[in-house]
Ligand binder design. Structure first.
Ligand SMILES: *[C@@H]1O[C@H](CO)[C@@H](O)[C@H](O)[C@H]1NC(C)=O
Ligand SMILES: *[C@@H]1O[C@H](CO)[C@@H](O)[C@H](O)[C@H]1NC(C)=O
Ligand SMILES: *[C@@H]1O[C@H](CO)[C@@H](O)[C@H](O)[C@H]1NC(C)=O
Ligand SMILES: *[C@@H]1O[C@H](CO)[C@@H](O)[C@H](O)[C@H]1NC(C)=O
Ligand SMILES: *[C@@H]1O[C@H](CO)[C@@H](O)[C@H](O)[C@H]1NC(C)=O
Length: 576
């Protein structure tokens, strides 16, 4: 896209008469003040999306795919025809027939418009990943959807496509992670499913692989607390898996647990239906992407599920745990930990309030936004109360105890089955919420929520435009993307001298049930940066060294100057 524009910008940079050479990370006497007590603001984008955004994913074509379950009956998006072509009539039968309503939509960020998409089998509580070419892969669901694999290729008239191959076993409430290998995804867990499998399979012999972690973290009383496990790809190529309160590092190629981490402190379970949230903190070139740290925040109180069945909603956890999962390069730490004690340790801290069913997003600044969810209860139909209307901002690099701040409240409850994603323009899209089995717009404590909002973080405010890098464009010679370890160029315009410029790339997640599957930020090395008199800056960046650091695909590249991020541009990293 826009190759002519890139060459024009490159041309401009070349002809600039006076070129000032800069270190990539410059400090200057003009100290820009990053917004600290940032509150932000809310926008109402649409009164209805027609369909509950139980699942949400951003595509590199700047559209957002949203979908619900098909078994929820009539949505608020009636169709003239069913997807098999038969007409939907005004009869009582058709008006209550689920197939006469959309259950998935595509939202266009620029036009604020929606169009309906076709889902054939039930996607209830499923999982997904965006593959290297930008295609959305979605796995599992319910009923006829238990073993389904579906693809959505982002384009103007594209629609969901259900593949002929099936998963090896039912995957309802499973998680999904893109692996470093080309377009391979691992699908982990599910209700009554204590195993993982790959899509596509590495050979026709590979089916499912038993995962003892899921057996031992299963809470029988709750039929879960180990569902929707948190998955993160470590930069050594192993997969971090967290369920309930326990976690491991899995060498998925050899099917070996290479590390067993200590249990997170406190008695609050963290996985569905206790539903905390988790992120992998930004990886940084300054240590060769070696330090990998994960964070888990919130969750239900122990016993919340049983209490909710009796109409009592217990206060959720207010704790977050952070743990470095990299380092200590020992082959079998499970044995070693008995001898020496496990070196990995959770560092605990407290959020400003109790919270569960919260989404956690990495903002372009590298800070973590905690948004949506509730203060009491657990996940499930009518199982929670007291919506958490205030987002929290967490600054991972500040001193312990000084990291949280409270942001601007919304008036809209975002309970069970709500979601949030980061947009390229720096806003956070917030949608969905439905603790009712069917669409219920009134006469229930928490009606089905179809309003679409954006949270605008303070750093996107116009008053920071003087500091904000403008007109960012990415360029690389030929090809469809940037190879691992290769150098590529970024151009932008800055009114003033650069102050502590950082370049990050962000892999947009597939979001559902408070998990942002595959969300990842990588801070890239800048090899050279020059600024011309006109204010145009030309930076030479180094792509991530391998797919272990950044699995192939489209990333949002952001230039951050003095704590103020630009609008993001897409860059694709790919295998040679
Ligand atoms: C939503 O509905 C209200 C009340 O009808 C109306 O005032 C408002 O303009 C609508 N907002 C949008 C974004 O459509
Ligand atoms: C179309 O779908 C509806 C609802 O699932 C079904 O009742 C009907 O038989 C289908 N018609 C055809 C021609 O496939
Ligand atoms: C993208 O990749 C997927 C998985 O490898 C494949 O099924 C699909 O056809 C590809 N799409 C394009 C446009 O190449
Ligand atoms: C930057 O882009 C905007 C449009 O997005 C354009 O109006 C403006 O002139 C550009 N600035 C420069 C310095 O080229
Ligand atoms: C940085 O870029 C400038 C302008 O293109 C060039 O003159 C200079 O040699 C480069 N420096 C390095 C270290 O590559």
């Amino acid at each position: 896209m826009g190759n002519q524009r890139y060459s024009y910008i490159v041309f401009r940079c070349v002809i600039m008469s006076a070129i000032v050479l800069l270190h990539c990370t410059t400090t200057s006497t003009v100290v820009a003040r990053p917004p600290d007590k940032g509150k932000g603001r809310w926008q109402l984008l649409r009164n209805s999306t027609g369909v509950v955004a139980m699942h949400m994913a951003l595509t590199h074509r700047n559209t957002v795919i949203m979908f619900d379950q098909t078994g929820s009956g009539p949505s608020q998006y009636p169709l003239r025809r069913r997807y098999n072509g038969t007409r939907c009539k005004a009869t009582h039968h058709d008006q209550s027939d689920s197939s006469c309503y959309a259950h998935s939509i595509e939202y266009n960020i620029l036009s604020n418009g929606i169009r309906s998409l076709n889902i054939e089998t039930d996607t209830w509580c499923s999982s997904g990943s965006i593959l290297g070419n930008g295609t959305l892969l979605q796995t599992g669901g319910y009923g006829a959807g238990y073993r389904r694999i579906r693809y959505y290729e982002p384009c103007r008239h594209c629609n969901w496509r259900q593949s002929k191959e099936l998963l090896s076993t039912d995957r309802w409430y499973a998680s999904n992670l893109v692996l470093p290998e080309k377009d391979r995804v691992i699908v982990v867990g599910g209700r009554g499913t204590f195993s993982y499998e790959f899509v596509p399979k590495s050979s026709h012999r590979d089916k499912t692989f038993d995962l003892p972690l899921l057996h031992r973290t299963y809470d029988r009383k709750v039929k879960g607390n180990n569902l929707y496990p948190f998955l993160h790809l470590s930069s050594d190529g192993n997969v971090f898996i967290f369920a309930n309160r326990d976690s491991i590092l899995l060498d998925y190629k050899r099917h070996r647990v290479v590390k067993t981490f200590p249990r997170i402190p406190g008695d609050a379970p963290r996985s569905y239906p206790s539903t905390a949230s988790s992120v992998i903190l930004p990886l940084d070139h300054r240590d060769g992407f070696k330090t990998v740290e994960v964070m888990v925040c919130g969750g239900a109180a122990s016993g919340a599920y049983t209490a909710a069945k009796e109409g009592k909603f217990l206060e959720g956890s207010r704790t977050c745990g952070r743990m470095v999962i990299s380092g200590i390069n020992v082959v079998d730490l499970e044995i070693l930990s008995v001898i020496t004690g496990n070196k990995h340790k959770w560092s605990m801290e407290e959020m400003p309030g109790p919270r569960l069913m919260n989404d956690m997003l990495i903002l372009p600044t590298g800070d973590i936004l905690i948004i949506n969810g509730v203060k009491r209860g657990c996940a499930g139909w009518n199982s929670a109360a007291s919506p958490s209307l205030q987002p929290y901002l967490y600054k991972p690099n500040k001193k312990h105890g000084k990291r949280f701040s409270i942001l601007k409240s919304t008036k809209i409850a975002r309970m069970y089955h709500s979601s949030a994603i980061l947009l390229p323009d720096g806003r956070v899209l917030v949608a969905g919420g439905n603790p009712n089995n069917k669409y219920a717009l009134s006469d229930v404590p928490y009606p089905t929520e179809l309003r679409l909002q954006a949270f605008v973080p303070l750093h996107m405010d116009r008053k920071f435009d003087k500091t904000r890098p403008q007109n960012v464009s990415v360029y690389y010679g030929g090809g469809r993307g940037v190879g691992y370890g290769a150098e590529f160029g970024v151009n932008f315009w800055l009114r003033r001298k650069p102050v502590n410029v950082k370049f990050s790339v962000y892999k947009p997640p597939f979001t559902t049930h408070s998990l942002s599957m595959n969300q990842r930020m990588v801070v890239l090395e800048c090899k050279n940066m020059t600024r011309g008199k006109g204010g145009w800056v030309n930076a030479l960046l180094k792509a991530p060294p391998s797919a272990n650091t950044a699995p192939a695909g489209y990333y949002m590249l952001t230039v951050v100057n003095g704590g103020i991020p630009s609008i993001s541009q897409w860059v694709r990293f790919m295998h040679a």
